[in-house]
Design a protein around this ligand. Structure first.
Ligand code: IMP
Ligand code: MG
Length: 216
């Protein structure tokens, strides 16, 4: 009887210790940002795997913000965020812009599925007078460049002082037009990606990391 009570007390002691160790391990994992480890997601018929983690994205977004703060101080720029894809990039970028400025949101979509169609829609949502102003286009990704070329042309017709382009991503090997891209967070290969605002048929924009397709 005494022996089994002793055993029971020992088991309880070890269980308590195990709980404490588990709690410490969980805290350690949180500190290591283990949620950012490689993972695979499924969207419709495609699998995607982690490609660029949130930490890396934010590091590059901060660098771009530093460059813009340095270059455009005193110009009261108007940031034009191209919806839908650039909403996360715009939010993280603007939190790091430390000068007086304005933000507006426009739409100019040209993409369906995983390949650029070349069809470009009209610019909607620009209500500001941009005459004589410094305008910074904030875009998620430049692929063929047709969307950006069209947007720059449309804005130029409204006589701004200067147009700058800030993009989260560029696929340099896909670019088909000549563009002066002032600020690039990251260059990436041709593969189709989702996450951090970018979608596959409307899905996947909510992920904090960027994922690349694995089964094309
Ligand atoms: P572009 O006119 O070919 O440069 O296409 C630009 C637009 O296509 C971007 O604003 C995105 O909305 C979309 N796009 C291009 N590549 C990708 C991708 O890999 N994933 C998701 N959307 C993309
Ligand atoms: Mg876009």
């Amino acid at each position: 009887m005494n022996f089994s009570l002793f055993n029971l007390q020992n088991i309880l002691k070890y269980l308590k210790r195990s709980v404490v160790i588990c709690q410490k391990l969980r805290k350690f994992a949180r500190n290591l940002n283990l949620h950012n480890c490689m993972s695979t997601i499924q969207i419709k018929d495609k699998s995607f795997t982690t490609f660029i983690t949130e930490d890396k994205i934010l590091k590059e977004v901060s660098r771009v913000a530093d460059e813009i703060n340095r270059d455009l101080a005193g110009t009261n720029p108007l940031f034009l965020s191209v919806l839908n894809g650039s909403f996360m990039f715009t939010a993280d970028l603007m939190k790091r812009i430390n000068m007086p400025c304005e933000i507006s949101f426009v739409k100019l979509a040209s993409y369906q599925g995983t390949s650029s169609t070349g069809k470009v829609k009209e610019l909607v949502g620009l209500n500001e007078d941009i005459t004589g102003r410094t305008v910074v286009i904030v875009e998620d990704i430049i692929d063929t460049g047709f969307t950006m070329e069209r947007l720059v042309e449309t804005l130029r017709a409204r006589n701004p002082k200067e147009i700058r382009i800030a993009t989260l991503l560029v696929k340099p090997d896909k670019l088909q037009v000549k563009l002066d891209i002032d600020y690039v967070a990251m260059n990436i290969p041709n593969d189709f990606i989702v996450g951090y605002g970018l979608d596959y048929d409307g899905k996947g924009r909510n992920y904090r990391d960027i994922y690349t397709v694995v089964n094309e």
